[in-house]
Write a protein of this length. Sequence first.
Length: 201
Amino acid sequence: MSDDTPQTAAKAFSGEQKQKSQPSEAAVAPAAPATDAPVGAVGFEFGMTEEGAKEVCEKAGNSWTKLDQQHSECSGAPVALAFNAVARVRFCSKKICVIQLAIEPEAKDGLATAFKTAYAGLHSKYGPKTSGSLMLVPACAGIAFRDCIVDEQVKIDLNWRWRTGESIALFSGPSRIGPEGPPGLYLYYVSMRSKLKTQGL
């Protein structure tokens, strides 16, 4: 659908409007957001070293875990969000190039609300998505939202991409970085510019 917005998503949950799973027209010919590209997320910056990222995480009262040579995890978001989240980062040549947030609200019915909050926040800050698709059904609006993600009754893949190489994705499914866990809801920030710099390109 070419008119996917936080408002149409809310209507899909209420049953007022049916969401389709086909990619939007913007997915065929994406346009770059009119805003500046992100330089990082939740206190982590692209190009930050592991030592710097660990300090940011622990200063916020969270614990830092090294998952493997490329990935580490912060037990919470270093800055306050409208929902709980666990942060993972990927290092390209020892510098942050990817930041991922696993959205983990405390309330059983909080994941659907967190999705609407995250989508509305991204739309407000960066404008309409540049590509992606969205499939929602009213029966999945409450405590069933997580199960619907696992069963693929809910499919979310919303993207904001800049010509400078940065991108943001709000998606459902398994984690895209580090050890794979059960399907969930994620925010995913990438800087291809940081990746290329660390590769000397």
